[in-house]
Design a binder for this molecule. Sequence first.
Ligand SMILES: [Zn+2]
Ligand SMILES: [Zn+2]
Length: 198
Amino acid sequence: MARVEYTDWTIPVAQVGSRAGQTSRIEREFPAPSGIGDTIVGVKEGAPIHVDGQFDSIVDGLIFTGTLTAPVHAVCARCDKNLDGDWSEQVTAFFPYEEEDSKKNENEDVDIIAGEEESSDVYPLIDNGAFADIEPLLRDTFADALPLKPLCKPDCKGLCPQCGVDLNEHPEHKHDVVDNRFAGLEALKEQLEREQNE
Ligand SMILES: [Zn+2]
Ligand SMILES: [Zn+2]
């Protein structure tokens, strides 16, 4: 018997999985797992992720289709503008029934399945198909969907590197460039000219 770890993300699916052709609706909130994004863009651990979808049983497993909606925190990577908001993703995931004697070769099997499906949208059922664990589905979905460098708009001009003024609001903003290296060269040049004239 497989070990069962009941978590906030364990969904009972024994009923729907009892034979092919059944459907089980699910609509509720789950806490966001850790590891989605970072301080620039991500979903805070424990934030409510709304799951609205259904499990459909087929011969060799369960198909989950639905919409996941999470409160995403984000700041523009160029101008620091706050971009917090809800982010929805449509997902389709396959939860294959585990075979009784396949546990020993778990890693091998997962590799083969992942290769055939050519995606990571395959997730394990636990306790002989009694439960689906959607924690990795939630994490993968948003970790993959969120941009690494969110922008408030594609052509965001960012902040002035010298004083931090928002260049979107002040497109004409600039500084008179005073470069001390040239000031030093000027002095040297004057000195050389003086010596040549002496
Ligand atoms: Zn911006
Ligand atoms: Zn400036």
